[in-house]
Structure formats: C-alpha cells, structure tokens
Design a protein around this ligand. Structure first.
Ligand code: NAD
Ligand code: LMR
Length: 346
C-alpha cells in the first residue's frame, strides 16, 4: 500500500518536473514570434504563407492582402503545426495584422510580364510599398522588414525614407530580399561544377536587377578547377537573367513565385534565428551599407538579436568581378536615388 502510494507520488512529482522543464524550455529557449505577410494571397504570398506555417519558430502568422485572404488563411490554418494563423482582408484590418509583429515580409505588388524590366513596376509598386511601410511605422515600428516587392533596388530606399519621416528608421531592421539570386547561383554552379548542390555556397552582391546582381563565383565553395572563364561568364549571366528566364517561361502569367517563396522562407528563417540569438547566421541581403560608396548594397550580413549585427565586406574579387562591380554602380545608384526621390516627394 505504502509502496504503491510512494510510486504514485514519485510519478506525480516527475510529471510536474518535466512539465516545468517543458515550460521553462519554451519560455527561455524559443521565444514567441509573430510574422506578418503583406500580399499573402499572391503568387509568392500563398506558398510563402505555407512555408512559414511549417516553420517551428513562428508562433503567430498574420496573413494580409487586399483580396483573397480569408480563403488562404482558412486553408493554411488547417495544417497541424503550432503557428496560429489569422487572415486580414482589408485596409481597416492592416493595423491588427501588424500589431505585435517581430517580422514583416512584403511580397505585395505587381509582377513583371515578358519585355518588362523590374523598374517598369516602379510606378505601381512604389505607392504600395510606401503605404504598407507607413502602416508598419505606426503599428510595429520595431519589426524586421523583409522587402520582396520589386524593384528591390528602389523599394528598400523608399521604405527607409518612409521610416525616417515617421521617426522609426533603424537601418539594422530593413532588408531587401536577394536570397533568390543566391539560390539560383548555387543551383547553376552545382550543375556546372558537378558538385552536390546541398554543399554549395556562393555570395551574391550588389542589387537585385540585371547587371546589379553580381555573383562571386571566385568565392564559391566547394571550389573547383573544372570551370573555364567562359563557364564563369555564362553562369554570371544566367544568374543575372534568372528572373527573366522565369518571366519568359511563364509567358505573361507572372514571375518567379515558388522559388521566391522558398528563398523568402529561407531568409525569414535566418532573421528569426538571428532574433532568437542563434549565433553565426549569415545571409546575403540588400541593406544600408558602407561596403561601397553606395548607401544601399547587397552583401553578406551577419544576423543577430536586433537584425543586422554586421555587414560583411566583399572579400577578394577576381578581375572579372571587379569589373562587374564597377559596371553595376551607375544603375544601382540611380535606382536608389529614384526610390529616395519618390518617397521624399510623395
Ligand atoms: N525579391 C525578389 O527576388 C522577387 C522575386 C519574385 C518576385 N518579386 C516581386 O514580388 C512581387 C509580388 O509578386 P507575385 O508574383 O506574388 O505577384 P502577384 O500579383 O501574384 O501577388 C501580389 C499580391 O499583392 C497583393 N497586393 C497588391 N496591393 C496590395 C496592398 N496594397 N496591400 C497588400 N497586398 C497587396 C495582390 O492582391 C496580390 O495578391 C512583385 O513585385 C515581384 O516583382 C520579387
Ligand atoms: O524577375 C522578376 O521580375 C522577379 C524577381 O525579381 C526574380 O528575380 O525572379
């Protein structure tokens, strides 16, 4: 009788201890994180919402769009992962969607059709980004912002100006998402160099349009002697034209959505890990920078508890890359200035 009583007390104590350990582990090691996706019902937004619902670091997922959000939110919410999903479907609900967010991902805006440049999207997307960033400044001024909407070379400067005007700008928290360029460079390099794609790393610097996209294949790992100069030039061109390759293949039905959702989810996961204090999280991103004379530039960035912890330098460049760097500066400078001018005048 006594032994059975003792056993049941012991097991109750054990249960309570392990419940306590579980609670303190959740409270201490994995903080609650709210992620908002603006443009969640779009070509990128939908698969990105799915991928963020699968991310164990996300506690709450706010899906906002001007059309189609209830369906996407209901659909994604049925997936049996912990993140709680809520849909927000009109401008009046934008504040609720943003409140308490740690990370806001913006894939809102129009995509390219064949024959267009990313800059051709400026007239429509600049206004969309400006109004969304005005709301971010109001409702979640401390959130990290992952800008996907094109032209990234201009939308990131627009966001910085909107935040400056609102008095909330923190350069450490604003990121242009260029991860898709890295994803492409890794894939194309692995195919050509015949190395396992999962082991490949290639930094991509500069910006996110045409020749402003500069993959640094001289720093690619695993390194190889198997590639000729001609191969490197062709890989560079293919990476720079990767977006156009998809736009043409989709023949008027938009631009990259699935690979972009993957890239966006990879970058968002890196941001969340940085926020949670995971050390040595490094990704390329278009951020405020002193790496060159340009005020914004994509390079490797170390992510931390406040967003950007360190903007890393370019490392040694080949002569071909040095030339590419000089060639991209004029276009990137003018796209940055165009964004700043728009935000100052509107
Ligand atoms: N950074 C990159 O590497 C990268 C890659 C691919 C696409 N993009 C860009 O991402 C953007 C979206 O592409 P997509 O294929 O998903 O387009 P899409 O048209 O399929 O979806 C865009 C969504 O944005 C929504 N939207 C429009 N105005 C809005 C507003 N004010 N607030 C909230 N939502 C709004 C639309 O309703 C739509 O659901 C485009 O600008 C595209 O060029 C960037
Ligand atoms: O090419 C586009 O217009 C979309 C995006 O920027 C991409 O690189 O795929």
């Amino acid at each position: 009788m006594r032994t059975s009583l003792l056993r049941s007390v012991e097991s109750a104590v054990k249960r309570s201890r392990s419940a306590h350990l579980r609670r303190s582990f959740h409270a201490g090691a994995v903080p609650e994180r709210k992620v908002a996706i603006l443009g969640a019902a779009g070509g990128i937004g939908q698969p990105l919402s799915l991928l963020m619902k699968l991310n164990p670091l996300v506690t709450r997922l706010a899906l906002y769009d001007i059309a189609g959000t209830p369906g996407v939110a209901a659909d994604v919410s049925h997936i049996n992962t912990p993140a709680e999903v809520a849909g927000y479907a009109s401008e009046e609900q934008l504040g609720k969607a943003l409140e308490g967010s740690d990370l806001v991902i913006i894939p809102a805006g129009v995509p390219r059709k064949p024959g267009m440049t990313r800059d051709d999207l400026f007239n429509i997307n600049a206004g969309i980004v400006k109004s969304l960033c005005t709301a971010i400044a109001k409702y979640c001024p401390n959130a990290l912002v992952n800008m996907i909407s094109n032209p990234v070379n201009s939308t990131v400067p627009i966001a910085s100006e909107v935040f400056k005007k609102a008095g909330t700008y923190d350069a450490k928290k604003l990121f242009g998402v260029t991860t898709l360029d890295v994803v492409r460079a890794k894939t194309f390099y692995a195919g050509k160099a015949k190395v396992p794609v999962s082991e490949v790393n290639v930094p991509v610097v500069g910006g996110h349009a045409g020749i402003t996209i500069l993959p640094l294949f001289s720093q690619a790992t695993p390194s190889t002697n198997a590639l000729s100069e001609e191969d490197i030039h062709a890989l560079t061109k293919r990476t720079q034209d990767g977006g156009t390759e998809v736009v043409e293949a989709k023949a008027g039905k938009g631009s990259a959505t699935l690979s972009m959702a993957y890239a966006g989810a990879v970058f968002a996961d890196a941001c969340l890990k940085g926020l949670n204090g995971v050390p040595d999280i490094v990704e390329c991103s278009f951020v405020q920078s002193t790496v060159t004379e340009l005020p914004f530039f994509a390079s490797k960035v170390r992510l931390g508890k406040n967003g950007v912890e360190e903007v890393l330098g370019l490392g040694p460049l080949s002569d071909f890359e040095k030339q590419g760097l000089e060639n991209l500066k004029a276009e990137l400078k003018s796209s940055i200035e165009k964004g700043i001018k728009f935000a100052k005048e509107n």
